[in-house]
Every structure is written in structure tokens, then in C-alpha cells.
Design a protein around this ligand. Structure first.
Ligand SMILES: C[S@@+](CC[C@H](N)C(=O)[O-])C[C@H]1O[C@@H](n2cnc3c(N)ncnc32)[C@H](O)[C@@H]1O
Length: 232
């Protein structure tokens, strides 16, 4: 597997190409719109990367502030969505006033903690969720999106490193969840293997080629909960 920090610091364009092939059926956007409802919302996103989720939610938002630790990712994001307030910031300390957002989200970012901080990831997650709660108004919504496996048609098929994240999100953090298919689509098997292999490594390349996939199955967990009454 690649060094993901290296990807975010030095290959932001390539990452953006990868995610442009994801969720070709548009399931994630529809599910997020359901959570957002009809009102126009103030949205804050952390770990926004090159803005893949930001682009989805912006049409339904009144304001969007989006942050990421990696400046090169934000530089790519800015090009497609200049109206968003972009910034370099960590999940721990978002430069956003208390109780100023209706909807706070992260996608495919908190899950890195399990690999990057194997003994302290639970503390990380609790701290990051508290930060989302700080910035959300009472009744506002917190959202996390994390993978349940790429190259699989059912969640965590064959085992996955984020299974503990899933259990912690439900049992300790009190989130609800649903499973979405966010399959990738490509013109050719070669394009699928090369584009996905860069991020997911040799095992997925082999599976793509063995199965002759131009549509590569992927399962994604959408986790949400309302802001608790009291911020711990
Ligand atoms: C897999 S990418 C997801 C990006 C984007 N949310 C998307 O859906 O494409 C993970 C992102 O999380 C960011 N990230 C990782 N740790 C972070 C932290 N502690 N604070 C802020 N951003 C972080 C990385 O720089 C990277 O852009």
C-alpha cells in the first residue's frame, strides 16, 4: 500500500482523478441530500481533500467551510470550487466558531487514525467528534463516511482493517449508519487497474485484472447522528 501522507502531499491531482471515478451511480450524493433535508445549510467539512464531497454538498449549502491538513489537496480543491472558504487545518482545531454550522462532515479521513495511531485511535476519534460537536448548532448533524472495502460487493467481505472503526462508531460514539455502494467506473480494465492500483495497491490490481472489472465494486459506510445536547 502507498504511504498515504505522501499521496496527499505530492500526488493530489492523481488522487482527484481516482475519486472522480468513484460512486458512478451517485448514491452518496443522494444519501447526503436526504440527511441535509430541504433547508439550505451552513456546512463545515474536515479532511476535505481535493473537494470530492464538497462538490456534492455545495449546491444544497448556504455556506461551506472546508479544511484539510494537506495544503496541496486544498490547492486542487480550490480550482473547482472557488466559492468555498478553504483552509489548512487539523481535525483537532477547526478555525470555526462554536455552534455555527448545521452540518459537519468528514469523508475517508478519520479512518486513517487506525493505521497512523494504532494504540490511540479511539481517543483521536472521540476528540475529533467532540470538535465536530463544538462547531455544530443544537439539532445539527454530524456525518462520517468511511470505507467498508474496495473490490468487494458486501461490507468488510474477507475482513477489513476498518471493522473496529465501524463498531466504535456505532457502539461508543452513538452514530447510526447505512451501507452504500460507491462503485468505480472506468473505460477499460487497464485504466481501472492503473488508477486504483496507485492508491489501493497490488492486491486490488490483481483482482481487477482477474475479474476483468471496468466497474469495481465498493462498499461505503455513511454514519450520522444529531449533536448531543451537552458538549462533553
Ligand atoms: C482519503 S482522503 C479523503 C479526502 C476527501 N474527504 C475525499 O472524500 O476525497 C483523506 C484526507 O484526510 C486528510 N487528513 C488526514 N489526517 C488529517 C487531520 N488530522 N486533519 C485534517 N485532515 C487530515 C488528508 O490530508 C487527506 O486529504
Amino acid at each position: 500500500m502507498p504511504d498515504y501522507r505522501e499521496v496527499y502531499e505530492h500526488h493530489a491531482d492523481r488522487y482527484d482523478t481516482l475519486v472522480s471515478h468513484e460512486d458512478h451511480e451517485g448514491n452518496l450524493g443522494r444519501a447526503l441530500f436526504e440527511l441535509m433535508g430541504e433547508r439550505s445549510l451552513d456546512v463545515v467539512e474536515t479532511g476535505a481533500g481535493t473537494g470530492r464531497l464538497t462538490r456534492l454538498i455545495a449546491p444544497r449549502a448556504r455556506t461551506v467551510k472546508a479544511f484539510d491538513a494537506a495544503a496541496p489537496m486544498i490547492d486542487v480543491a480550490k480550482q473547482s470550487l472557488p466559492s468555498v472558504e478553504w483552509g489548512v487545518a487539523l481535525h483537532d482545531a477547526l478555525p470555526v466558531p462554536d455552534a455555527s454550522a448545521d452540518f459537519a462532515l468528514e469523508g475517508w479521513a478519520f479512518g486513517h487514525a487506525l493505521a497512523w495511531n494504532p494504540t490511540g485511535w479511539r481517543d483521536d476519534l472521540q476528540r475529533w467528534v467532540r470538535e465536530l460537536e463544538r462547531i455544530v448548532r443544537p439539532g445539527g448533524t454530524l456525518v462520517m463516511i468511511e470505507t467498508m472495502g474496495t473490490g468487494v460487493a458486501t461490507p468488510f467481505e474477507g475482513g477489513h482493517s476498518l471493522e473496529p472503526f465501524h463498531a466504535f462508531a456505532l457502539e461508543t460514539l452513538g452514530f447510526s449508519h447505512r451501507v452504500l455502494r460507491t462503485d468505480y467506473a472506468f473505460a477499460t480494465v487497464d485504466e481501472a487497474a492503473q488508477t486504483l492500483g496507485f492508491f489501493f495497491g497490488a492486491r486490488l490490481i490483481t483482482r481487477v485484472r482477474e475479474n476483468g472489472w471496468t466497474v469495481v465494486p465498493e462498499c461505503t459506510g455513511l454514519y450520522w447522528r444529531q449533536r448531543a445536547d451537552a458538549v462533553a
